[in-house]
Design a protein around this ligand. Structure first.
Ligand SMILES: [Zn+2]
Length: 146
């Protein structure tokens, strides 16, 4: 593993590198450690986000599109990923809100992938692999291999 920040590719000193791996599971520079601490999201979303970043996906965490915040956005592929907790399954109001959001995104040409929390907890790597398959089949330009 290269000692570079997974977000900005800044070269990391051993101390920073080791600290980041221990605390975040991925190599991050000090700035991006602060950034991640400030992001309001779930553990599962962060886990999936970094699994995608490790696969070279130009994903964005908690991206505001002017209307709503998308858990994980891949604008290049026109794919939005929403990581759903259990309340999305059991609460009809929430489900209707989700459906409306999916519709508005669809009108703008965005496909929404809904990934249950439980799937990420069960197998993050397999989940990320399947999402990459989706991205590869979308109108996707080859992403940069970092
Ligand atoms: Zn960084």
């Amino acid at each position: 593993m290269r000692r570079k920040c997974i977000e900005c590719k800044y070269s990391l000193e051993w101390e920073v590198f080791n600290y980041s791996l221990e605390n975040f599971g991925v190599p991050l520079c000090r700035n991006h450690q602060d950034w991640l601490r400030g992001v309001d999201t779930t553990e599962e979303t962060i886990e999936l986000y970094f699994a995608l970043r490790k696969r070279g996906v130009p994903a964005q965490l908690e991206k505001f599109d002017g209307f709503k915040t998308i858990d994980i956005a891949v604008p290049e592929a026109k794919v939005n990923i929403e990581v759903d907790g259990q309340h999305h399954n059991f609460n009809a109001n929430q489900a209707l809100t989700d459906l409306k959001r999916t519709y508005h995104s669809f009108l703008k040409g965005y496909f929404t992938l809904r990934i249950p929390n439980s799937l990420i907890r069960w197998d993050t790597e397999k989940t990320a692999d399947y999402i990459v398959d989706f991205l590869n089949e979308s109108n996707y330009r080859k992403w940069e291999d970092w």
